[in-house]
Design a protein around this ligand. Structure first.
Ligand code: SAM
Length: 343
């Protein structure tokens, strides 16, 4: 069926839905941070604002305002005049580790950059990924945990990779962040060795602590350097780079790909998972590009450049890689490139 022609009223409804979405994101984020969702669950899914406020030692009137606002956007429902309950499926969707709750945390962290946009657009001022605060890094790390299983599953499907890693192969993850990908490889392949390359001290410390707690430190290490400073030669069966390529300084991207080439054994594979910028007008309305376009928008003042698929392919070819696969569906909302070091 053809899409209905927009009317002035339907466009106005769309604008109102943005406003509701903005509020719903912050209501969800603040509800998660203050512990309202977890507390409601402890009350069997239904509680009064008074009971929530008392259990969490929060202001009762503000808690009631939060509950009412959560009802207005459809997160909660009134149960009688004083009790609140989860709207259908919201309990499950907003669980402590559920993707929807984590995403709203990150969105709320990201939205703190926007007040500085007008000035930054005039002056070109930058606030890089690394200039953010611990709360931002913490939430980035939690979202990354959602991608890790999908990335390892994608690696497992590369020809011969499962056997190589099971037999004690070596993986290197560039920009290993909170360490979720490196830990996941080590958990799934109990003989493999894994190295993370990570320049941000917050992530280096957090991931080393996590690896120690999970008793993985013997097989997994984290090098506290940027990809441009690594010096490995013919050592790895697999190099991964997940949601990192667009974070690299543009002038260093090709050099870092060369470093990946050197680190790989002949025939080894690079698994590069990242956003791809639109190349045509039609791409702007293609849902596969929506998250990439928005990612470039909320990172426009970080100095990051989301490359097009053609740019990435050209850089992979320039550095001598043979691209064996590219697919927008393996890791949802990302483009996945598999490139091989020639024998
Ligand atoms: C969006 S995070 C992604 C982290 C992780 N790969 C994941 O999947 O969640 C980008 C990461 O790239 C790292 N990074 C930034 N510049 C880098 C560089 N020059 N070399 C290696 N990593 C870098 C950041 O410190 C950060 O950990």
């Amino acid at each position: 069926m053809a899409n209905k022609e927009p009317t002035k009223n339907s466009q106005a409804r769309m604008i109102r839905s943005w406003m509701l979405g903005l509020h719903a994101t912050h209501i969800t984020d603040i509800g998660g941070r203050l512990g309202y969702f977890a507390e409601m669950r402890r009350h069997g899914g239904t509680a009064s604002a008074e009971a929530l406020a008392k259990a969490l030692e929060l202001d009762p009137w503000r808690t009631k305002v939060w509950c009412q606002a959560a009802c207005a956007v459809g997160i909660l429902q009134a149960d009688g005049d004083t009790q609140f309950t989860f709207a259908p499926f919201m309990d499950e969707l907003l669980g402590d580790d559920a993707p929807e709750l984590l995403t709203s945390h990150v969105l709320a962290s990201l939205s703190r950059d926007f007040p500085a946009y007008p000035d930054a657009f005039r002056t070109g001022a930058l606030k890089t990924f690394h200039d953010h605060d611990a709360d931002f890094f913490h939430h980035q790390g939690k979202v990354s945990a959602l991608r890790a299983p999908v990335v390892v599953a994608a690696a497992r499907k590369l020809p011969g990779m499962e056997e190589q890693l099971a037999a004690g192969g070596r993986v290197m993850d560039i920009g290993s962040g909170s360490g979720t990908v490196i830990a996941r490889f080590a958990q799934e392949f109990v003989n493999c060795r894994v190295t993370g390359i990570e320049p941000l001290p917050y992530f280096v410390q957090a991931s080393r602590k996590m690896l120690q707690e999970q008793e993985l430190s013997e097989r997994v290490d984290v090098c506290s350097v940027g990809g441009e400073a690594m010096s490995f030669e013919n050592e790895c069966d697999l190099v991964t780079m997940v949601q990192v390529f667009h974070e690299l300084p543009d002038a260093k991207k090709v050099d870092i790909l060369r470093g990946c080439q050197r680190a790989l054994k002949p025939g080894g594979s690079l698994l590069l998972v990242d956003r791809c910028a639109p190349e045509t007008g039609a791409d702007l309305h293609d849902r596969r590009f929506t998250m990439s376009i928005l990612e470039q928008w909320f990172e426009v003042t970080w100095g990051n450049i989301v490359n097009t698929r053609s740019d990435i392919l050209a850089m992979l070819h320039e550095t001598g890689f043979r691209v064996t696969q590219e697919n927008p569906d393996i890791v949802p909302t990302y483009w996945t490139f598999v490139a091989q070091k020639q024998d």
